[in-house]
Design a protein around this ligand. Structure first.
Ligand SMILES: [Zn+2]
Length: 304
């Protein structure tokens, strides 16, 4: 996505959110300054990267049109609709800031300005009796379960981090999960098709989008949570549609490194990402970025 969405360099995604959507929430988390001293993520410690500026970003409208872009081929007859439904369980009600942080409506508003959807797609919070977030193609809805942050928090705490750090990683990991599901929404609602495992493709969507909005900290938290969730399960399921959590951890970090090797290479390579993989990341990133850009172009209301 970034390849086209960031040129020419103007404002970053965060600024676009402020300007286009008037949503300050996500922008408040925008970190532009690299933190060279920030520790690396590792399987043994959930350390949050500071916001490191990649030379990036934007879903920048072209010069003409309402938002500047050409008319999408998709009928622009729907949009993402945030639908917060409070849980009945008072214990779960305390988790609102985790399952429905301010960034979610901000991202929804921006995506609605960029991508034409053929129908409304609710982004709905629910009590699910399971720790999950998912896209339901029958209901054409993205569901965020109140039980998800509880489960993630428990696994992250196993890293022996303090409550504050575990809470931060949990909150950001839920955001990553939301964006992963948004990838499924794009694939399903726009009938994009996939050329590989959809779960990996959805991780790529989330990671690429977060690269665009310059939130490597959320990417790292998402990756760390994947790792922990992967370790927490029973026997690895070889038949599962998801890659193992540990593999998702490395794949996500590789995409991040590939987006800006100069900035993120020293942080993640050779640990936790071995050089053998690290050297492939830039090429991998470019291909993924190109693929998502080309897939979304026909459905975009702005120039990608
Ligand atoms: Zn998925």
């Amino acid at each position: 996505m970034k390849t086209k969405w960031r040129v020419p360099r103007r404002a970053g995604w965060c600024e676009r959110i402020v300007v286009l959507a008037g949503a300050v929430a996500l922008a408040a988390g925008c970190n532009k300054k690299p933190e060279s001293g920030a520790p690396a993520a590792s399987a043994s410690g959930a350390t949050a990267a500071g916001g490191t500026a990649s030379a990036t970003a934007t879903w920048t409208p072209a010069a003409s049109g309402t938002l500047g872009g050409s008319a999408p081929t998709t009928k622009d007859t729907g949009k993402l609709v945030f639908d917060y439904q409070p849980p009945k369980n008072p214990r779960l009600a305390q988790l609102r800031e985790y399952v429905a942080p301010a960034e979610i409506p901000a991202v929804i508003e921006l995506v609605n300005k960029v991508v034409a959807l053929p129908r409304d797609v609710p982004v709905r919070t629910e009590e699910c009796d399971q720790a999950n977030a998912f896209y339901d193609p029958d209901r054409h809805a993205l569901i965020l379960c109140f039980e998800l942050p509880e489960h993630i928090y428990k696994q992250v705490k196993a890293l022996d981090v303090d409550d504050e750090q575990a809470s931060k990683v949990t909150r950001e990991a839920v955001l990553f999960s939301f964006l992963h599901e948004l990838g499924h929404v794009m694939i399903g609602e726009l009938e994009l098709g996939v050329t590989g495992g959809e779960e990996n493709v959805a991780d790529d969507f989330a990671t690429l989008l977060l690269i665009d909005v310059e939130r490597p900290d959320i990417i790292e938290s998402g990756a760390v949570a994947m790792y922990q969730l992967g370790k927490a399960g029973d026997q690895p399921k070889m038949w599962d549609e998801h890659a193992f959590g540990e593999q998702r951890f490395f794949n996500i970090l590789c995409t991040l490194v590939g987006s800006n090797p100069e900035t993120f290479g020293p942080r993640y390579v050779p640990a936790p990402l071995p050089v053998e993989r690290g050297r492939r990341c830039e090429d991998e990133y470019k291909k993924k970025d190109k693929a998502w850009t080309n897939l979304l172009k026909p459905h975009a209301k702005v120039a990608l």
